[in-house]
Design a protein around this ligand. Structure first.
Ligand code: GDP
Ligand code: MG
Length: 176
């Protein structure tokens, strides 16, 4: 059979960043619209979830992988990066170390991911204003330095979570 219009193509999207920044919460919020309190055990990661995102130019299927238990720098296999079409790199605005480690994550991504992979730097836990230690401008400056898109989000109240995936889908769709 001839495939006239293959809408089933799946774009692999991966969530990376230090342990505790909210990767699993972010994906659960996108998947279910809910926030579950408490840390998710590293070994009980949901693996991946597949979601179809609607964009002005058509639908895009994303297979979104949650990185669990491999967050230590350089412990993620290079193959995992290599076939990723999009990467969401998260830090926690209340954790200076998670922000400081972004440079190392970006260096690794630039080294192993595809040159044309869509990269979004995510400043998560933006709802925690009283314990924030990383200003929005700090994130914006770092994103500009590495030429990646930047967004502040909250996996808790859902702020910008769908928007982040929507932006990735739109970006990927435009490249098809
Ligand atoms: P992961 O290790 O990157 O997967 O992080 P988790 O999703 O397990 O989240 C670590 C902790 O941060 C948990 O206690 C979550 O409830 C909490 N958390 C995650 N995202 C947010 C957020 O946007 N706001 C707040 N206030 N807490 C969050
Ligand atoms: Mg997790």
């Amino acid at each position: 059979d001839t495939v006239v219009c293959d809408e089933s193509f799946v774009h692999k999207t991966i969530l990376v960043g230090d342990s505790g920044v909210g990767k699993t919460s972010f994906l659960v919020q996108f998947d279910t619209g809910k926030f579950q309190h408490g840390c998710f055990a590293a070994t009980v990661g949901i693996g991946f979830t597949t979601k179809t995102v609607l964009t002005p130019e058509g639908s895009v299927k994303l297979q979104i992988w949650d990185t669990a238990g491999q967050e230590r720098f350089r412990s993620i296999t290079h193959a995992y990066y290599r076939d990723a079409h999009a990467l969401l790199l998260l830090y926690d605005v209340t954790s200076k170390s998670s922000f400081d480690n972004i440079r190392a994550w970006l260096a690794e991504i630039k080294e192993y991911a595809h040159d044309d992979a869509v990269i979004v730097l995510i400043a998560n836990k933006a709802d925690m204003q009283s314990s924030r230690v990383i200003r929005r401008e700090d994130g914006e400056r770092l994103a500009a330095e590495f030429s990646v898109t930047f967004m502040e989000t909250s996996a808790k109240n859902g702020h910008n979570v769908t928007h982040a995936f929507q932006m990735i889908a739109t970006n990927l769709r435009q490249r098809q």
